[in-house]
Design a protein around this ligand. Sequence first.
Ligand SMILES: C[S@@+](CC[C@H](N)C(=O)[O-])C[C@H]1O[C@@H](n2cnc3c(N)ncnc32)[C@H](O)[C@@H]1O
Length: 306
Amino acid sequence: MAPPAFSAALRRREPLRADGGTDSFRLVDGTGDGPEFAGMILEDYAGRWLVQTDDRFLNSPPAWLRGVAASPRSIYWKRLDKEDRKAPVFWHGERLEGPFAIRENGVRYLIDFSAGYSQGLFLDQRENRRRVRELASAGARTVLNLFSYTGAFSAAAAMDGAITASVDLSKRYLDWGRENFRLNEIDPAAHEFYAGEVFDWLRRFTKQQRRFDLVIVDPPTFSRDRSGKVFQVERDYPRLAATCAGLVDLGGRLLCSTNHRGLASGDLGRMLAEALGPGWAFESVPMPADFTGVAYLQAVWATRNQ
Ligand SMILES: C[S@@+](CC[C@H](N)C(=O)[O-])C[C@H]1O[C@@H](n2cnc3c(N)ncnc32)[C@H](O)[C@@H]1O
């Protein structure tokens, strides 16, 4: 039997479904939904559930999940293990044949549980993607999306008419981004996709004196490219943000975020204020309401007013 806190967690998310534009949410966020969920995260991707557990759960998620009244089409299970990053495994219901589409604020995205440790979309950026869409519809015409992964921010911007440039080390993820565009009936050929290291591309854009209405920076905590070049949030974010700031048009915006748990709350804002200097207004935004647990994602919107 599901613990009573489970129905409470589902009820808490009901208002988020009200406008019908979104079918994917975090349903349980560890102890944020009750002490009985310590070490467990449950996400709903359009009726396919992904349960993630840490080593407090030995060899499977809690058995009661198989009998819940909400009855998802499928349940996949992933062990939360940063050292051994494996794709989710099938656990209950229908076995998925391949990628499938979900919907978020009217934009569709491809999810693939067999793609590896990450499934194609980080639900914690939902509100920032919504804001990107709003800015595009309010006139932001040119958007640069760095560390673009599967191009979710780019697709959101393109949905409302922006022309986007996406940069990522991985050609495979850039191709996934193109698929996300097609899924929304946007021609990827009208947009730019650049494979390679972010600083290398920033150097080129700076030399070309390119300017954007919006630059999006959401890097991983740590990465290494093929040549061995390392990116590390604590060390490299200030230089990264300052370089990006130089590409933002007057009145334009820079969205910076990080999920690095080594940074204390407010650290990203302080780092940016120092790196960008005067001439910028800053706004920190909270995580989406379905993320009831640790507020690990910091996101700051900076507007260039000089
Ligand atoms: C955490 S994901 C970014 C998530 C993405 N911003 C989103 O909202 O969907 C990290 C991405 O950065 C890319 N990446 C890591 N280091 C990079 C670098 N130095 N230059 C370009 N891309 C990089 C990875 O290939 C991966 O797709």
